[in-house]
Each structure stands twice: as structure tokens, then as C-alpha cells.
Write a protein that binds this ligand. Structure first.
Ligand SMILES: [Zn+2]
Length: 481
């Protein structure tokens, strides 16, 4: 079975490389991945899955199910791109279309690997060699709107026994790190317009309020926990200097290792916003766009993924890949890799220093990051609170490739990315097969999950009255879409 699964993925790899490349070319922003999600749905339908589109109020979220027995194994895929990162498959910066989106987090690979794993498992169920249900979750908008959180809120994981996922990275390891919980909120200020020179005394500037709010939050940083993060962009700031702006808007992310810490910082950010409104005699309205929980780890599943990664071994890159990586690395910020690894506590990092001068990670590292919180957030966190879940990473990029970069876009569209993607598909499939063959592992993972949830129940960052912020993003992205 182990060999057959790997062979099937190798024999059918061109199909999944093609899917990955198509999604790379579409490079659609979160909530608007129409072509990408349609392609994923079509592949699943053709393979005999029962497919539901537009779930959880998200037009580009899909679910494909095959089988009707236990256990139900969910595999989470993604396909959204990032704004402004368009890039050709070249080791020097050259966009396909200047300012257009690009697959800066490799989600084209992410989704295609999950499809491959689901389809090979479906084949085995169909042949009667495995017993269970395989379900593909096509999760939109990981980058901007926390698609999986909305899918959790819609109770779409209620019957799932175990969830597995992965992410393209520059290393091969089980990703046991915590990721930061996050709130994603827009503050809209409303003032009164006036001629900025003739009668400014009649105006009340909404832009002043935004600026004062930002100043307030920049002072607030000193007095929050050191792992907290507050960042913003001004999304509306007026039309012309000679008009006092009556509308202005600023978009904030608030992050911390635990959701309750985010809530605490956020309540203080709200006070700063209200203070800014009071100072400027404007009004403020908050628009809660989304949020994601931190990760709940599952060591049983982490151990299972580690075993499968070691069975399969690291991706093997070609001489051409090495030449490309070598050229590309010239564009990486100086000391980027050293600075990044220096932020990881020593006991959590498997001696990354030794990779400093290598082009690729050529081994399976030990399980990475138990007890470590990584910068950045993921909506995979929410799924980890409603079903036992673990994830891993495979090398789909040269060592030290910055996240969310044009350098990652270029590698996600070529042999380097495809190589890591196929390894990931094999790991996902072998782990799923093991779970279907070995109910003891499923039970153990579930018991571990139950024990943790008993102590700290899940608190969904998306309140009942919220709906996915599709119209808001349509406005923001009008310049890109
Ligand atoms: Zn990502």
C-alpha cells in the first residue's frame, strides 16, 4: 500500500503540477479565487467526489467528500494569492504584470498536493483497500479573511475525526509551532468636510483621527506583552489637501500568542480609537473583518506525520534547481536567514545554522517548534480547536526564501515548488491511510484533543452576528481584481 500510494502520485504527477501551475497563473486574491476553486471542484467531481460549492457563505469555499464510513479524515487545501507580488519564473525581480497579485505563499502548491492525496486515498477506498471517508476542504482567503474560521463557524467540521494539512516552506519538518491568534479590524472615522484654507474651523478631520489613533497605538506598543503585535495600513485618507477629509479609514491586525491576549490588547486599541474620535470630534465605527485562534497542538498526529516524512524522505532537487536557487539567493536581504532563526528559542530550533550556506534543505528535520510561537497567524488554528489536527512543511523553496515575497512566487511556479509539493502529497496520503487502517491512532489523537479542550474550551473569534466581509474586500481589491 505504501509503495502503491507513492507510485500513483509519481505516475500522475503531471496532472497535479498542471493544476498547481494553473492556480499559480490565476493568482486570485482571497474570497475571489473563482477560477482556482472551480478548477479544484472540477477535479474532485471528475474523480467521483460529492462536491458542495460556496459553503459557509464563502463563494469560493468548496468541500469534496468520498466514502461514508468512519473515520472521516479532512484534508485542508488553500489557493489564494497575495496582492502586488506578480513575478515571472526568474531568479531576478520581473513581474508578469506590474502590481498584480502573485502566489507569494505557495498556496497553488498547497491545494494541488491536498487534491492528489485525497484522490489517491479515494482510489483505495473505492477498491475496498481502505475503510473510511476522505474529505477535501477547499479553504479560501487564508491570507486576508480567515476562510477556515468561517467554515468552522458554519459547523462544517462537526463529523470530522482528524484533520491534516501542510504548508510550502524552505524546510522539511512537522510544524508543531503555535501561530499567533489574530483580530482583523477596520476603523472608519467620520468627520465634517470644509475648505481646508477658507474655513478649516468648520471642518472636523477624519484623517486627523486616523493619525491620532495610530500615534496612540504606537505608544500603546510599549505597554503590551512583548509577543503582541499591532500593525496597520491607512486604506482611506481623503481626496485632496484642500478639502478637510470627512471620511478616513485605517485597517489593523492585532496579534498575540493566545486569543485571550489578543482580546485584551484589542480592548485597549478600541479605547485609543474612541479617544482619537473624541479629540477630533469625529465618530468612529469598527468593522470586524475576521480573526483566527492560535494553534492547539496534537502530539499523536505530529508523531504520525514525522514517521511518514521519514519514510518518504526529503524532496530531491535537480542541478537546474540548485543553479536557480544560487542566483535567487543573491536577492535575499543580507543576514535575513540568520536574523530570522535568531528569533527562535534555542531549544525549539533544530540547528538551523548549519543550513546557512546550503541551497536547499536536504533532510527531514526533527519535529519543529513544540512550545514555540511563530510570528504570523493562520486560520488552521481554528480548525485545530474543533478537530484533532497537525501540519507539516516541505521544502518548496531555497533556504532563507522570505515569506510573502516575489522570490517565493517564482519558485512556487517551477520544478522547485513542484518537488516539495509531491512529497507533501505523499506524506498526507500515507498518514491518512495509516489513520484509516489503525483506529488506535485515531482514538489516541482524539483523546489527547478531548483532554485539552476540557481544560480550555474553544472560543470562536468570529461572533454569531458576523458575515464574511466579501464586499469590503471587493472595494479594497478593486485596484487589483
Ligand atoms: Zn500561506
Amino acid at each position: 500500500m505504501v509503495i502503491e500510494i507513492q507510485k500513483w502520485i509519481e505516475d500522475n504527477k503531471e496532472q497535479f503540477i498542471q493544476i498547481s501551475n494553473e492556480v499559480w497563473q490565476y493568482a486570485e486574491l482571497g474570497l475571489f479565487e473563482t477560477k482556482s476553486s472551480t478548477l479544484h471542484a472540477k477535479i474532485l467531481e471528475e474523480a467521483g467526489f460529492q462536491v458542495t460549492k460556496g459553503v459557509a457563505g464563502l463563494p469560493t469555499a468548496i468541500i469534496g467528500t468520498y466514502g461514508n464510513e468512519d473515520p472521516v479524515i479532512g484534508i485542508l487545501g488553500e489557493y489564494d494569492a497575495l496582492p502586488g507580488l506578480s513575478q515571472q519564473i526568474k531568479p531576478v525581480k520581473e513581474p508578469v504584470v506590474e502590481g498584480a497579485p502573485g502566489q507569494g505563499c505557495g498556496h497553488n502548491l498547497y491545494g494541488a498536493a491536498c487534491l492528489a492525496a485525497c484522490i489517491v486515498i479515494k482510489n483505495k477506498i473505492e477498491l475496498g483497500e481502505l475503510k473510511g471517508t476522505i474529505r477535501y476542504y477547499g479553504c479560501p482567503a487564508e491570507e486576508n479573511a480567515d476562510g477556515k474560521g468561517w467554515m468552522v463557524k458554519a459547523n462544517l467540521f462537526d463529523d470530522v475525526d482528524i484533520s491534516l494539512t501542510w504548508h510550502p516552506w524552505d524546510m522539511n519538518y512537522v510544524l508543531a509551532t503555535n501561530f499567533q491568534a489574530i483580530y482583523n479590524v477596520v476603523f472608519q472615522f467620520k468627520g465634517r468636510t470644509a475648505h481646508a484654507a477658507a474655513d478649516p474651523f468648520n471642518g472636523r478631520s477624519a484623517l486627523d483621527a486616523v493619525e491620532l489613533m495610530n500615534v496612540g497605538c504606537n505608544y500603546l506598543r510599549e505597554h503590551i506583552i512583548s509577543d503582541g503585535r499591532i500593525h496597520y495600513v491607512i486604506t482611506q485618507g481623503g481626496e485632496a489637501p484642500n478639502i478637510v477629509p470627512d471620511k478616513a479609514e485605517v485597517w489593523y491586525f492585532v496579534r498575540a500568542p493566545l486569543l485571550e491576549q489578543v482580546e485584551e490588547i484589542y480592548s485597549r486599541v478600541i479605547k485609543v480609537a474612541e479617544g482619537a474620535a473624541m479629540m477630533t470630534e469625529t465618530e468612529v465605527k469598527t468593522v470586524f473583518l475576521g480573526g483566527a485562534a492560535n494553534m492547539l497542538p496534537n502530539t499523536t498526529l505530529e508523531d504520525l506525520l514525522q514517521e511518514k516524512m521519514e519514510d518518504i524522505g526529503p524532496p530531491v532537487f535537480s542541478d537546474e534547481d540548485r543553479l536557480f536557487a544560487h542566483e535567487l539567493k543573491k536577492s535575499f536581504p543580507e543576514k535575513y536567514f540568520e536574523n530570522l532563526i535568531s528569533t527562535i528559542p534555542q531549544d525549539g530550533k533544530p540547528h538551523f545554522e548549519r543550513f546557512k550556506n546550503k541551497d536547499f534543505c536536504d533532510e527531514i528535520l526533527p519535529i519543529f517548534g513544540r512550545g514555540v510561537t511563530q510570528g504570523g497567524s493562520t486560520d488552521v488554528g481554528d480548525v485545530s480547536w474543533v478537530t484533532p489536527l497537525a501540519q507539516f512543511a516541505t521544502a518548496c523553496a531555497a533556504i532563507g526564501t522570505p515569506g510573502h515575497s516575489w522570490q517565493l512566487v517564482s519558485q512556487a511556479g517551477m520544478h522547485i515548488g513542484h518537488t516539495g509539493m509531491l512529497q507533501a502529497a505523499k506524506v498526507l496520503a500515507l498518514a491518512t491511510a495509516e489513520l484509516m487502517q489503525n483506529p488506535e491512532v485515531v482514538k489516541k489523537a482524539q483523546q489527547e484533543f478531548e483532554n485539552q479542550i476540557k481544560i480550555t474550551p474553544y472560543s470562536c473569534p468570529l461572533s454569531d452576528d458576523l458575515v464574511p466581509p466579501i464586499e469590503y474586500y471587493r472595494r479594497i481589491y478593486n485596484k487589483h481584481v
